[in-house]
Design a protein around this ligand. Structure first.
Ligand code: PRX
Length: 685
């Protein structure tokens, strides 16, 4: 796979990826189709290439000596309190150690050193609240806030190595909390605010968190919505390890108060001293845990450590977005509850001294042009978002962004799910080429960088470099310098160009997960057993005739709903925990806007009294309560039977055919071959 992208026409080829890894099954059908005729390519303009911060020389350097390349990045991008003595220790795979012996403080690197270097007055965060309130933090101000929070958390008994659960909306306190934890060596575990009390409790318990940081609530579509109630509910049953809860006052709604346990942010953090000395932590000191869905019902606590994670997030942020920190205004729309909000909101932009926008709310509050209004207002030059958002904007119509001046935009990023070529072209034409609200078009639209990575990889792994690569609609294209990605067949053999298979990573990378919290066996089993010496990503992929990589979606039972990762097993177990449900099977069905949508097939218990719309509504709410609103099935179908093999395994592939309105595929291995017609019949009713 070369980063040079000679022009040629890609051809579709056979794929040996299992059925649900094919594009037809991942909600991105046209990406696969277009693979057969996608020959559009957009080379960087001469001007962009000439000013790019990273050139093709990085590929050559990394190819020549991968560890040396990363060692240089680590030393250039970070200020180490103690230099490392060994770049990579891979003597005990799959347990890697990067930058061995080095000591580094993430918060010092994100904040103090910029102030020491005379950048204290540079804006770190422009915050835009959903109701329209705004706050600006310079690097000097943000440094003070983080020092205060570090002092406050320490005064509540938090020490290095303790876990802190964070359940916050997209407000500056989220970034402040993460960096304060990192500063004192506490391990943060962010739980997305859209997860339920039950989901929060199971994550608090698994990590044995000592402190929870939350807010009274936030704003959603113009209305206040609660957060602290979920924390109260999660902690209502005894047996947890939480000693204190710090509460940010965000929307001012009434909250229950637990004297002795609960503390207002204003009384603890705001009142704390702004003097706090950062000490270096070991390069391999845990930085955070972030839970993500796997193929079983129990979410995995993905563990990341300090030196390698900071190095690769900072390098990729600079290289992939062509960051010019003195002039760029960067906006990543991801919530801090997901890995993108960790790597590319809380850490990399600040490590790199960038100015960023942070927005609390939804794209349609109070109107469907809100994002574009924000871009215009802050002159955003780098925008990083998910295909599901782009497809939603497409649905709303190009007239909306056309009303705003988006001429400041010079790089557009995509992440989280495959971006179909239509959405890619719309992003380019409607957003990237907007040269002002009078409808003028740019001669050279902003390059689009489609970035493939995962919670587990910690940082971007496959993406074009905007000043180097000729970009191709729908393809993430090439592994980044220093990253060894491949597509292999069932046996682990590299597939030739034009063929598909499984995406793997052949060599350790700095930001790689270091394990699953408390479960080293599961770590080996999940990622390192399918192919012995390679990391198995769980994604299907193809190489086209240029050698460019196309991501085709998951090959396991993980779904991708609006770029959010959910497991079929998790939702199934939520459904069967309802007294009316005997059995449940969940599939991710192709959806035009959200990529995939959750479709559940349930068999009700014989004694269930209700089988109509009411039970469907009740089950949706039940899943919402068990996991969170994001997991609510879009469709629930009550069926008499589920298709199973003789060994009792549910054949989700057939259910997916039904959910996507296709003719049902090969059903010969079913124990009872009348099941599919029974299902079809029940759905016709
Ligand atoms: O299937 C891939 C998809 O998202 C999965 C990782 O999800 P998560 O850990 O939640 O991280 C999302 C943000 C990094 C991957 O296994 N995915 C992510 N980015 C892309 C993608 N699929 C296609 N193209 C992408 N650019």
């Amino acid at each position: 796979m070369s980063h040079e992208t000679p022009s040629s026409t890609a051809t579709a080829a056979h794929t040996d990826v299992p059925a649900n890894g094919s594009a037809a099954g991942n909600g991105n059908g046209d990406a696969f189709e277009n693979l057969s005729h996608e020959n559009r390519k957009f080379a960087p303009s001469a001007e962009f290439a000439a000013n790019a911060v990273v050139t093709a020389a990085d590929y050559a350097e990394a190819d020549a000596d991968r560890p040396a390349f990363w060692a240089r990045q680590a030393r250039e991008l970070l200020t180490w309190s103690k230099d490392f003595t060994e770049t990579l220790d891979w003597s005990n795979p799959p347990f890697a150690k990067w930058f061995v012996g080095g000591e580094v403080n993430a918060a010092y690197n994100a904040l103090d050193r910029h102030v020491e270097n005379g950048l204290g007055d540079r804006v770190a965060i422009y915050f835009e609240g959903e109701p329209g309130d705004t706050r600006t933090y310079t690097y000097a101000q943000l440094t003070d806030e983080v020092k205060k929070a570090a002092n406050a958390f320490e005064s509540l008994g938090v020490v290095k190595g303790d876990r802190v659960a964070v359940y916050l909306p997209m407000i500056p306190e989220a970034v402040i909390t993460l960096l304060a934890c990192a500063r004192i060596g506490a391990i943060h575990s962010v739980v997305f605010g859209g997860f339920s009390a039950d989901a929060l409790r199971s994550r608090v318990d698994d990590a044995e968190a000592k402190l929870v940081v939350t807010a009274d609530g936030t704003y959603r579509r113009g209305k206040p919505s609660a957060l602290k109630t979920a924390v109260d509910e999660a902690l209502s049953q005894a047996g947890h390890t939480v000693q204190n809860v710090v509460v940010v006052k965000r929307n001012g709604q009434d909250v229950d108060w637990h004297e002795g346990r609960d503390h207002w942010w204003a009384d603890t953090v705001d009142a704390a001293s702004p003097d706090h000395a950062a000490v270096g932590h070991d390069s391999e000191h845990p930085l955070f845990i972030l839970y993500t869905s796997g193929t079983t019902g129990k979410p995995k606590g993905i563990l990341h450590t300090t030196g390698g994670y900071l190095t690769q997030t900072a390098y990729t942020h600079k290289a992939v977005f062509d960051l010019h920190p003195e002039t760029d205004v960067y906006w990543c729309t991801a919530d801090v509850g997901w890995v993108t909000g960790h790597s590319y909101v809380a850490y990399a932009p600040l490590i790199n001294g960038a100015t960023q926008v942070m927005y609390e709310g939804t794209p349609d509050s109070p109107h469907q042009g809100r994002w574009w209004e924000i871009v215009e207002k802050y002159k955003v030059s780098i925008l990083y978002t998910a295909p599901t958002a782009i497809r939603t904007f497409m649905k709303w119509g190009k007239e909306i962004p056309a009303k705003f001046d988006l001429s400041s935009i010079r790089v557009l990023g995509s992440v989280g799910e495959p971006i179909n070529p239509e959405a890619w072209m719309w992003y380019r034409d409607v957003i990237g080429a907007n040269a002002g609200k009078n409808g003028e078009k740019k001669e050279n639209p902003a390059p689009i960088v489609d970035t493939w990575w995962q919670t587990e990889t910690g940082a971007q792994m496959i993406a074009p470099l905007p000043g180097v690569t000729a970009t191709k609609p729908g393809s993430a294209q090439v592994p980044l310098p220093g990253i060894a990605v491949d597509v292999v067949d069932e046996l682990g053999e590299s597939v030739p160009n034009g063929h598909g298979g499984f995406l793997v990573i052949r060599e350790p990378w700095p930001a790689m997960l270091r394990g699953i919290w408390g479960d080293p066996e599961r770590f080996k089993e999940t990622y390192w057993s399918r192919f012995e010496t390679m990391y198995f990503a769980g994604d299907g992929a193809k190489k086209d005739d240029d050698g460019d990589v196309w991501l085709l979606g998951r090959v396991d039972d993980v779904m991708n709903i609006s770029g959010h990762r959910l497991s079929t097993a998790e939702i199934e177990s939520a459904l069967v925990s309802h007294p009316a449900v005997a059995e449940a099977a969940v599939v991710g069905a192709a959806d035009e806007t959200t990529g995939q949508a959750v479709v559940a097939f349930v068999i009700l218990r014989e004694d269930a009294t209700d089988s109509g719309d009411e039970i469907v509504q009740e089950l949706r709410n039940h899943v919402g309560k068990e996991i969170g609103p994001i997991a609510k099935p879009k469709t629930i179908l009550v069926v008499p039977e589920l298709p199973k093999t003789r060994s009792g395994k549910i054949m989700r592939r057939l259910l997916k055919d039904v959910a996507e309105g296709r003719e049902v595929g090969d059903a010969t291995t079913l124990a009872d071959n009348t099941v599919m017609s029974q299902i079809a019949q029940s759905l016709r009713k």
